[in-house]
Design a protein around this ligand. Structure first.
Ligand code: DGP
Length: 144
């Protein structure tokens, strides 16, 4: 269940799972929310967050880390089924030195293609909203 004792009024991702900021939802249960990244670095780039606010993996209880990564596996399977990418990276940043920009634990599920040239540090560039929404529907339909 969402950990009401550990939510942050000002956190963007807490606002998203409380429905105060819209998102293209891919999956939700009592513990996690998966939605499309608005600054995708690849087609189908999704995020998985716990319904527990803590900044990063170092500050998150293992129970919630486990729930979040189990969710990432589930979404990776849906992304794989939807896009049939050449590969999928699971990326998770902790702290400014690791280029973390939103300080609520989150896991990136990033479909990859051979020779896509992606590197570990990327710029935040808004994606095409229509494309993101369409992919959200397709991936959501494939969450098992
Ligand atoms: P990181 O840089 O690892 O902390 O990743 C944060 C990601 O969150 C980044 O790829 C952009 C994404 N993001 C930031 N704000 C929003 C938002 O309001 N909605 C959505 N869907 N994604 C967001």
């Amino acid at each position: 269940m969402a950990d009401e004792a550990h939510l942050d009024e000002d956190c963007i991702f807490c606002k998203i799972f409380r429905g105060e900021i819209p998102c293209f939802k891919v999956f939700e249960d009592d513990d996690i929310l998966a939605f499309m990244d608005v600054n995708p670095i690849a087609e189908g780039h999704a995020l998985v967050i716990p319904k527990h606010h803590s900044k990063n993996i170092l500050e998150t209880p293992s129970e919630w880390v486990g729930k979040t990564f189990a969710g990432a596996k589930r979404i990776a399977e849906a992304v794989h089924k939807t896009l049939k990418p050449d590969g999928i990276n699971i990326v998770q940043a902790n702290g400014p030195g690791a280029k973390q920009s939103v300080f609520h634990l989150h896991v990136h599920v990033i479909p990859r293609t051979m020779d896509d040239g992606l590197t570990m540090n990327w710029e935040l560039v808004p994606g095409d909203i229509d494309d993101i929404g369409m992919l959200a529907e397709k991936i959501a339909a494939n969450v098992a």
